[in-house]
Design a protein around this ligand. Sequence first.
Ligand code: ATP
Length: 204
Amino acid sequence: MALKIVGLTGGIGSGKSTVARLFADLGVPVVDTDDVAHALTGPGGAAMPALVAAFGDAVRRADGALDRAAMRDRVFADPAARARLEGILHPLILAESRRRLAELSGPYAVLVVPLLFETPAFLAEVATTLLVDADEDKQIERVVARSGLAPDAVRAIMAAQLPREERRRRADAVIVNNDDLAGLALQVAAKHRYYLAKLANPSE
Ligand code: ATP
C-alpha cells in the first residue's frame, strides 16, 4: 500500500519543526519542505540556474548559493517577481519532496509545508492535514526569542499568511501549542496512535 502522507502546517513560529521532531522521535519519517528548499538553493542547488536566469547574478552568492537577503529584497513589494520566484521553486520543491517521500517506508510519513493551505499542489499530495496552532502572542514571543526579529516584523509576516481562523477551519486535525513541550509531546503521541490506526488500516 502506498505511504500515506500527513501534511503538517502552521503559522510562523507555531511549532511545526518542534512537532515534526516529536513525530520523528516516534519513528515517523519526516520530509520538511524548508529543508528541501534550502538544498535546492544551496551551493550548486538544482534551482540556482533558473533563479539566476530569472533574477540575475545579484541573487547568487560567491559560493553559488542563493543570496536570501537579496532575493527577499527583490520580491518584497513586487508580487510579479514573487510569483516568478514561486513558479520556479514550487515545482522543484514538490518534485524533490516526492522523490524523498518515495524512498521512505512505514505506515505513514509527515510532510512539513508552512504554506500548505495556500499551495494546492502540496495539498493534493497529502492524505490528511494537521495544523499546529498557537496563540498569536506565543508565536510572536517564540519567533522574537529565536530570531531577534522585532515583534512588528513578526506581525507583518503573520499578516501575509492565511488568518489563523481560516487555517483552523481548513485543517483536518489540530495540535495546540500554547503550553510546555511535555504537553506537546503527549498530543503528538495521541495523533501518532490515531494515524497508525486510521491511515495504516483505512478500512477499520
Ligand atoms: P517557522 O515557521 O519559523 O519555521 P516553526 O513553526 O517550525 O517556525 P518551531 O521552530 O518549532 O516553529 O518553534 C519556534 C520556536 O519556539 C523554537 O525556538 C522552538 O524551540 C520554540 N518552541 C516551540 N514550541 C514550544 C513550546 N511548547 N514551549 C517552548 N518553546 C517552544
